[in-house]
Write a protein that binds this ligand. Sequence first.
Ligand SMILES: *Cc1c(COP(=O)(O)O)cnc(C)c1O
Length: 360
Amino acid sequence: MEENKEKFFYNLARPAIREIEEYDPGPMPAGAAIRISANENNMGVPPKAREALLRAIDEGNRYPESRCANLRTLLAKRHGVLPEQIIVGNGLDGIFTTLGRAFMEPEDEILCGELTFSVYADTARVMGAKPIFVPLTEKFALDVQGFIRGVTQKTKIIFFCNPNNPTGTLASIEEIKHLLAAVPQNVLVVLDEAYLEFADEPIPTAIPLLEEYPNLIVCRTFSKIFGIAGLRVGYAVADPELLKYMYKTRETYAVSILSAAAAEGALQDGEYYDATRSLVKEERKKLCSFFDRIGISYIPSHANFVTIFAGEKAPTIRDALLEKGIVLRLLTFRGKKEMLRISIGLPEENAIFMKEFEKI
Ligand SMILES: *Cc1c(COP(=O)(O)O)cnc(C)c1O
């Protein structure tokens, strides 16, 4: 047994998952590092979330209210929908898992961008479904027409990330409407609005389109502008009839008492939210002017990160910055590791990044 363990467990594992590669977040050194690799909010935990967390600690002996009723009530008010239209999960990752378990079958095709959030394709693979990648446009945006053309009899779910991670490109609400109008209603359209608040001009959420398109699922997270990535809260807004099936596959206690409390606090911390939004917009401008000045091309971004083209030296640059305690993300696009994604940090962090980057 000892020698054959590898083979033994390989054979026990579900065939669909045997060859899946584990998610690799890249190096994340603890301590002094400037972390601009994971699009986190570097402003720290929102003060109101912190207070709520501390108050919730003493509830820790109890199971949570399983469906996050209080949080859903707050979110429903914010978005002008009913609490029944909202499901809260263990991060958006948890929401995607739940969605996959509810709707993905082997043989199903799942459409997503050629360069987008990797969890969509990973979820499909785990379920044995087949991810199909829609090429980006010349401007590195998700191609709405390409998605429409990509739909076949087998398509079950479309994952459209807006703004897209890691390109930062944004589709207009008209393009989203066009997509929804063009795809058959038995194709679910998952619209991931994780970064919507960072768009240059405020653009509307697609949530109101739910009235017309019950196959739409709008996803939001507390990990970015709300600053509690470590507490893992995300949610989806969709038709209650659709959510019925997600509740069947959701972990009963997916969201801990601490996480739910922190999300409620974060939601009510308008000051932190506004400060984050202006910080990201201002610092993003600075970063782009810097790249303009030194002649590095980048994709204009509507999110809390900027992706640059660093050529063959990208891995070397990543490693050199890592040595200085600056962590950013190296990306593979069309087989080449030539892109770097830089999250917007605090002004002093961004200044250090620019100084060190220029030296290299
Ligand atoms: C960061 C991110 C999320 C958030 O995921 P959580 O599991 O809620 O932390 C979702 N979608 C995209 C595209 C992201 O980049």
